[in-house]
Design a protein around this ligand. Structure first.
Ligand code: SF4
Length: 137
């Protein structure tokens, strides 16, 4: 079993009637894209694995996991923004924490600034520390 075994269960394998024009449509051909994305979204048991693989591997063209290339570009842009946001929130936490009475107080201050729940800040700070191999506070 490999990490690509999900491909063997893709609904696209049961649709030889759909050719490359459907699976790799021109970006302006919304009708062709819809034909393929409908198969993914309505019939495919591995749609999430397929979408994740395409996003993780930077597939630039074609329909994968019910997503067009344009859909994937948008998701990747949003992911990049989230990474920046998380990084900025952790930086603010580290700046504020020394002047505050508790970790919790600093989490709440950063949460207010970034309009997220304080436990989200705790998660971000813990993850950052874990990546750096350091304690969270
Ligand atoms: S999600 Fe779509 S492209 Fe991916 S395996 Fe399923 S049917 Fe094929």
């Amino acid at each position: 079993m490999t990490d690509l075994d999900w491909q063997l269960r893709g609904a696209c394998r049961a649709h030889p009637d759909l050719d490359a024009d459907a699976w790799f449509p021109h970006e302006s051909d919304l009708a062709a894209a819809k034909t393929a994305t409908d198969v993914c979204r309505k019939d495919c048991a591995v749609v999430h694995a397929c979408a994740a693989w395409a996003l993780d591997h930077g597939e630039r063209s074609g329909i994968w996991g019910g997503l067009t290339a344009k859909d994937r570009r948008k998701i990747l842009r949003e992911r990049a923004k989230d990474v920046d946001r998380e990084t900025n929130a952790v930086a603010l936490y580290r700046k504020l924490r020394p002047g505050m009475r508790s970790d919790y107080q600093a989490h709440v201050a950063v949460a207010d600034a970034f309009r997220v729940h304080h436990r989200t800040v705790l998660k971000w700070v813990t993850a950052a520390a874990s990546h750096e191999g350091a304690p969270a506070t």
